[in-house]
Structure formats: C-alpha cells, structure tokens
Design a protein around this ligand. Structure first.
Ligand code: AGP
Length: 606
C-alpha cells in the first residue's frame, strides 16, 4: 500500500513524478504529495484526496531542480488529511515511505521527550525526525540513513533527500517493494515497474536491507554496508499501458479482457497436438513426492485457492489444506517437508502471503507461486513459479487475475493427477478441450453486461445480497459477495447453499436478493432444494444455471443461462455474471468502481 516514486535527471521532474504516481494510484489514493528541489530548497506540495487534487493544487508551478520524490497514500497511522500526507519534511530532510514503522510509539515518546515537535500523526514523520537529527549532528545523508535503520523496526520502503545534498536521493527498504531504474543520465525509483518503464527498461529490485545512493551519473548499491555489483533485470515490458481503451472503468475493461487473459494463462502449459497438460518450469518429479498441499492466499486469490482445493482433491486425490495467509503465518502450522505450499497473489507483494511463503520455506517445504506480477517479491522468492499472465490489472477489485487463476489451478490439478496416475488420458484431453473452448464461451457470457446495466437500478435497492452455491460453485459465491461488498458497500454474504438452514436462512426477507449459482451438476437437485427454501422465505431470486433449465427459471425472478458445463468450467463462467452484477450495482449507486473507499490493490502491510 502506498506508492512512492523518485526521479533524478534532465526531464521535467514534476511531470515524471506525477505520471509515475498515476500508475501507482492503485496502491492507495487518499492523499498525495511531492517534494522537488527549487532554487536550492526543497519545495513540498501535498493534497488530501485523490491524485487529481494534488495535480490541481500544483497547477503550473515550475521547479528548476533536477530531483524529487513523490507519494500516493493509503492511510495506516493518522487520518487521510493533508497534514498526514507525504512527503514529511523535518528541517532539511524530506522523505516518502511505504509501510509501517512498528516501534512508532516508543520512537515518538523518545523524540518528543527530546523536544521534537510533531506536525502529523504518522509513523513516517518520526523517520524524518531521526534522519534530520543525524544530519544535524554532522553525518552525511547516507551515514544518517544507516544510523536510523538500526533504530526502526517494521516494514518500510523509503526515499529520502536533503537540502545539504541536493544532487542525491537515497532509497532503502525492508519488506515492501522498491525498484530502481537506470537510464541515460537519469535514475527512477518506484514501488512498481509501471512508473519506471516509460523511462528505462534496466531495473534492479532491491532486497531487504539494501541501500541505494543515487546521483544522476552515479548509482551505488550497498548490502550490509558493502558496495555490490547489482544484477540488472531487463524489463520485458511492451508498454502494458493502463488505459481504459474506451471503457468507462478499468474494471469493466478488465472484465471484458477475461477471455484473452484466460487463454494467455493456460496456453503456455498446453500441448495442443496431444491435447495434454505440461506445466512449464515445474519439476514434475517433485510433484510425485508431494503428499499434501497447502494453498495460502488472501481475498480473491484465496477464493481462487478454494476452487483449486476442490479441483485438486477431486482430480488428483492429494489432500489440500486451504489457509488464509494472515492466519496461517501465526498459527504455528504443521508443514511436513513432503508438502508443497502453493501461494497465490495477483500483486505478488501481499505482506501476509509473502510471510506465509517465507515460513513455509523455513520449515523445509517447497513453495510454488502463482502470481500475475513477474519479478514481484513472491515471484522472486518462490521455488517454482506459475503465472496468471493477465496483463496489468488496474481496478482495485480483482477480476481477470481471478479467472486466470482458476484456469491455472485446473492445470495444476490435472498435472498432479497425471503424476499420481489418477486421470485417464481421455479425461485429460477432454479437460484440455473444454479449457481451450472457454474463451469463446466467455465472450458470449459477457453479453450479460447489458442485462445488468438495465437491471442495476432495481437491484441496487436491495438491503443485502446472499450468494449461494455448492461444490466448486461455492468459491464463486464467496467471490461474488466480496465483489459486492468492496464495490457497492452493500452487506453481502457468500454461503455454501447447504449451510443456509443452519442459521443464515433467518436473514431472508423481501429485501434480500439471493444470487443462486445452480448449474445442472451432480449437486443440482440439492442446490435446487436450498433455493426453494430461500424462495419460500421471500427472497428475490437471480439465478445462474444451465441453458434450458425451465425448473430453475420458473423459480427465479431473473434466470441467466450458461452452456452445459461441469465442475471445472461452470464456476469459471459463473464468475462473469457475479462480477458484472457488482460492477453495475456499484455504478448505479454512484460508487467509485475502480478505487473503492478504504482499499488499495497491493496490500503490503499486515
Ligand atoms: C480483490 O478484489 C481484492 N481487492 C483483494 O481481496 C485481493 O484479492 C487481496 O488483497 C489479495 O491480493 P493479491 O492477490 O495481490 O495477493
């Protein structure tokens, strides 16, 4: 959370920083600010609210300096006000920070006791005070940073500059990502390569405890205070631009990109001629020795993991334990070394998932990651890697990365089933055929966009939304409810339909909309009975089922038909209507679809 950018070079610093922040706004958007040298002094401009407020405030202000730092914030300590916005400046030192300083209370007490006056409620300002004190005592900025790093604990990626050294920026990190790009006579720092790629493709991903001292024509990287020769990565980044391409919102664009994203996720692992699955870059012999799998993730990625749990157990017969990353890391899990830990993360930076990965490695297990963002921390640290291949996802609500994850989970399950001699060849071929056919079916399901655009004005009046499904449809019910909560701020629950009678049925009245996932699969009759129970209590039914199902249609106020599928394909197709309903209800309610309140896309704090 929070995005930081720094620039040194001959381009217009203000423009580079603002353009960089635009690409990072997904990381937080409750305030923003810049510090840029002007006439030898650091000039700071900050504004509460979205980046546009900062852009309006800066207006045509000119800066003559050749370096600056910038920040877009997701509040942790202190309200989202201008006073708490970054950069924080103390005397000659100005800095931006992504993360949390954990010993914040103790440091604050010490500083206040020594006479420091706080001008914000943030943990970040304390770091500025500490560095400023060291600089005032005669240290240069680099030495000051080394001193302060000994005093702070927690998670941080920091960029700092000082009026005493107007030609340099120092970056250091422990936890959240920080990348430095080296161009011709210019250096760009950022939390994400998207802000760097327009300037240079040569980047270095800082490791924890690295310190970078950057001047326009000189860049030094120190690890444990020793200068290192960095291994530069050449970005394979053909301007994956964050543009809406005519769509009203990124989220809608990303929903419509799903057929392509799904195809891009599965195709690298499919041998079209043989119609077989070969997971690239994974040691298949390793999978043979695996007798237990843990799937660990957060939010939408966790629900993709739940789908994976069902499909792996059914196809491969390998026991799977599904874990929420923030719970897993603290429950002292028993992880035999013969287990495979699968971590799923679109951003590849989620702090809890990363901590789970590290814990699993400590315990001797092998870790397989499924990320969308290549070179992200999780991607770099995993033993084996798979990719969602969805392209940049900008909308804070994850869509295409989810659907790609479902595809990759199915391939993993199929590959596991092969090494465990479970799936006959013909079945593998039929799985491959149906996966390859899904993108074009998805295109037709996207036509429900028009239905929800029209229905949204009626649907938005409901007090609450209950999503129900059984088997592999259940994770989609949970994902549907999460989408409705995060986008439309409506109370929504996802339930295993068979569990309704154990309590949640009491919630149902005429003000509750039931979104029923009821395809004609082996659980169809049972799910239908659950639907009857809900309808009998007054619920308003919107159902998603199999084309031609007159019975389901007669029980529903709205019936959305999908082509006949199975436990693998039904959930993938159902994902589209559950996304569209939330998108359109949120839009009809006037909510900010791409940047819902209180959220950020990359959650790099605990
Ligand atoms: C999804 O719509 C969310 N905004 C959120 O739940 C997200 O899936 C979660 O934070 C995990 O992110 P990750 O996949 O980047 O790890």
């Amino acid at each position: 959370m929070c995005g930081i950018v720094g620039y040194l070079g001959d381009k217009d610093v203000k423009n580079v920083l603002i353009e960089g922040l635009k690409t990072l706004e997904y990381r937080g958007y409750d305030s923003a600010g810049v510090s840029i040298f002007n006439a030898g002094k650091i000039e700071k401009v900050r504004a509460a609210g979205k980046l546009q407020s900062l852009i309006d405030k800066i207006g045509s202000t000119g800066f003559d300096g050749s370096l600056g730092i910038a920040h877009t914030r997701w509040a942790t300590h202190g309200k989202p006000t201008e006073r708490n916005a970054h950069p924080h400046t103390v005397n000659k030192v100005s800095l931006v920070h992504n993360g949390i300083i954990e010993n914040y209370m103790e440091l604050r007490e010490e500083l206040v006791a020594c006479g420091s006056v706080m001008s914000s409620d943030t943990d970040t300002e304390l770091v500025a005070h500490l560095i400023s004190k060291e600089v005032d005592s005669g240290k240069d900025l680099y030495e000051a940073v080394l001193e302060v790093k000994k005093k702070i604990t927690g998670a941080y990626a920091v960029l700092v500059m000082s009026e005493d050294q107007p030609e340099e920026i120092i970056g250091f990190k422990c936890g959240p990502p920080l990348i430095v790009g080296l161009g011709e006579g210019e250096v760009v720092f950022a939390s994400d390569v998207q802000a760097i790629a327009p300037h240079t493709k040569k980047v270095f991903y800082l490791e924890d405890e690295d310190v970078v001292l950057a001047r326009k024509d000189d860049l030094k990287i120190f690890r444990e205070s020793k200068k290192i020769d960095p291994v530069w990565t050449e970005l394979d980044w053909s301007k994956q631009v964050a543009e809406k391409s005519g769509y009203e919102h990124f989220m809608l664009k990303e929903i419509f990109e799903q057929p392509r994203a799904f195809a891009a996720a599965i195709e690298p692992h499919i041998n079209i001629e043989r119609q077989s699955v070969v997971l690239k870059d994974i040691d298949v012999s390793l999978l043979k020795d695996i007798d237990r799998i843990f799937i660990v993730a957060c939010g939408t990625s966790y629900y993709a993991g739940m789908y994976g749990e069902y499909v792996i157990e059914k196809l491969a017969g390998v026991p799977v334990e599904l874990e929420i990353a923030s719970e897993f890391r603290y429950k002292e899990p028993f992880i035999p070394s013969s287990s495979l830990v699968v971590v799923i993360s679109q951003s590849g930076e989620t702090a809890d998932t990363l901590a789970a990965l590290r814990l699993a490695k400590e315990k001797g297990a092998k870790v397989l990651s499924l990320c969308n963002t290549k070179h992200s921390t999780i991607d770099r640290e995993a033993d084996f890697k798979l990719y969602m291949n969805s392209g940049v996802e900008v909308g804070v609500a994850s869509t295409k990365a989810f659907i790609s994850s479902l595809g990759v989970m199915t391939l993993l399950a199929t590959q596991l089933s092969k090494v465990h001699d479970r799936v006959p060849k013909e079945d593998e071929q039929s799985i491959v055929r149906s996966l390859l056919g899904l993108p074009s079916v998805m295109e037709s399901v996207l036509a429900y966009d028009k239905f929800f655009a029209k229905a949204a004005d009626d649907l938005k009046k409901f007090k609450g939304f209950l999503y129900m499904g059984r088997g592999t449809n259940y994770p989609i019910a949970l994902e549907g409810a999460l989408k409705m909560k995060e986008l439309a701020y409506k109370h929504a629950e996802g339930y295993a339909a068979g569990e309704m009678k154990h309590g949640p049925l009491a919630l149902i009245d005429e003000e509750i909309l039931i979104f029923m996932l009821c395809p004609q699969d082996h659980l169809y009759e049972k799910t239908l009975s659950n639907l009857e129970e809900a309808k009998a209590r007054g619920g308003y039914i919107v159902s998603v089922g199999t084309k031609g199902d007159e019975q389901l249609k007669s029980l529903s106020e709205h019936f959305l038909a999908l082509p006949k599928g199975d436990f693998i394909t039904n959930p993938i197709l159902e994902t589209i209507p559950v996304q569209l309903v939330s998108y359109h209800v949120a839009k009809a309610l006037g909510c900010d679809v791409d940047q819902p309140r209180n959220l950020a896309k990359s959650v790099t704090v605990e």
